[in-house]
Ligand binder design. Structure first.
Ligand SMILES: [Zn+2]
Length: 130
């Protein structure tokens, strides 16, 4: 019997490490909030006080990816990377809302004006008269 290629565990050896609380990143809605608010964006890009726990004292930050970098050169090379472009595209998309999800499956308020029912009603009254 031939050897079947394993389809799980794609080189992810450090699952427990990735699940650590300190490895937790911002959620998509928090990132979009940071991007939409010009005050938050300015505060993140030009921090008023330096944080010694963060790489580069928290000076070089990517908002879309929620990552700090040790130097400006590292940040610049990250901004040109495929990983950053992918997350920037994801952050630029409109976030899903409960109302939009409900409308897509036919649940919710539909205020669209339609002329079709009145046409149908007139056809039915014509048939009733004939
Ligand atoms: Zn980035």
């Amino acid at each position: 019997m031939p050897y079947a290629r394993k389809r799980s565990h794609h080189g992810r050896r450090d699952i427990q490490r990735a699940m650590r609380t300190r490895a937790r990143k911002l959620d998509a809605d928090q990132i979009s909030d940071n991007l939409r608010s010009s005050e938050k964006t300015a505060a993140l890009l030009n921090p008023s006080n330096l944080d010694v726990d963060k790489p580069g004292l928290g000076l070089f930050y990517c908002i879309q990816c929620d990552r700090h970098f040790p130097t400006d050169k590292d940040r610049e090379s990250h901004l040109a990377s495929k990983q950053h472009k992918r997350s920037a595209k994801r952050a630029a998309e409109e976030a899903h809302t409960v109302a939009a999800t409900g409308l897509s499956v036919g649940v919710g308020v539909d205020n669209t004006q339609r002329s079709a029912p009145s046409v149908k009603a007139s056809v039915q009254t014509d048939q009733m008269a004939a």
